[in-house]
Design a protein around this ligand. Structure first.
Ligand code: 13P
Ligand code: SF4
Length: 300
């Protein structure tokens, strides 16, 4: 049997579901039951009736699934797959910020630790940040940890946004000059960028979307060529779904090292051993669950 056949057979035997983020390597995307952005994967984790979730992504995503489904075993095939941005703020730093701004609501990007979610009023993803912030009654909003997503949201709301200075190294490295150079090379292409990019990059783009939003736009658009300003893993999915269209990465260097650590051998080992399992202490999970559930209740 091939490794893929082993994975599929064991997945059935274990009553497992494989979830994969859009930045995973092609082979992993191809064995997954669902490939999606952070919001789609959170929704799936909440509604799935599988006994086991094999989460091919990074730490905060598996944690979110474990918080939403404490009765399921959530396994992150690669223990070292963590998101640096999620660890750029500590609960102590967030508590200090809350003391300085006692009237403000706290919104945390889902790219955050369970402890930060537990200290927040509501979570958001890159797909629903604006709607989540606009759904709040408070006029001031502490927004952590991504300064770029905070700046993007601030442009689309009347509320005062108090940002934290975190960032995603993959998106923060993309430059306005790279957009100009890519446009010069592909003048007919539409430029789609992620809201984790810097404001000056977003200013140069045609559209700003989460990774799932990019997928929907690429299908619906009459354009035949696209410059994609996000992690390069997204290109595989876009090409697979739109074989007649061309997709160019804004930068070939936009690689999230930790997203690439998961491969088929680790997925197979995860199914064999059901390790490494991700769990969140119940006293943190109870509070973090409220933040995530409030987010899931916001209509977009
Ligand atoms: P989305 O897929 O939710 O747009 O998020 C991108 C990301 O950086 C996840 O780590
Ligand atoms: Fe974190 Fe950026 Fe990697 Fe997403 S792409 S997991 S935000 S480092």
């Amino acid at each position: 049997m091939t490794m893929i056949q082993d994975i599929l057979a064991l997945k059935k035997e274990r009553q497992a579901t494989i979830l994969a983020h859009n930045y995973q390597i092609p082979e992993v995307q191809d064995v997954a039951d669902l490939v999606g952005d952070s919001l789609e994967l959170s929704r799936a984790a909440a509604r799935l009736d599988a006994k086991v979730i094999i989460f091919c992504g990074v730490d905060f995503m598996a944690e979110t699934a474990a918080i939403l489904s404490p009765q399921k075993k959530v396994v992150l095939p690669e223990k070292g797959a963590w998101c640096p941005m999620a660890h750029m703020i500590t609960p102590e730093q967030l508590c200090d910020l809350k003391i300085i701004h006692p009237e403000a609501a706290v919104v945390c990007y889902v790219n955050s630790t369970a402890e930060i979610k537990a200290e927040s009023d509501v979570c958001c993803t890159s797909a629903n940040g604006v709607q989540v912030v606009n759904s709040l009654s408070e006029k001031e909003v502490i927004f952590v940890p991504d300064r770029n997503l905070a700046a993007y949201v601030a442009r689309h709301t009347d509320k005062k946004i108090i940002p934290w200075n975190g960032y995603c190294y993959v998106h923060d490295h993309l430059t306005a000059e790279e957009v100009q150079a890519a446009r010069a090379e592909h003048p007919r292409a539409e430029v789609l960028v992620h809201p984790e990019c810097r404001p000056e990059v977003i200013d140069q783009a045609d559209f700003t979307y989460s990774t799932a939003g990019m997928g929907k736009h690429a299908k619906a658009s009459s354009a035949k060529e696209f410059i994609i300003g996000t992690e390069v893993g997204m290109i595989y999915r876009l090409k697979k779904e739109n074989p007649e269209k061309e997709f160019y990465p804004l930068s070939k260097n936009a690689i999230c090292q930790n997203m690439k650590k998961t491969d088929l051998s680790k997925v197979l080992r995860a199914l064999q051993t059901l390790q490494p399992q991700v769990t969140v202490p119940e006293e943190i999970a109870v509070k973090a669950r409220l933040s995530i559930e409030r987010m899931l209740a916001v209509k977009i």
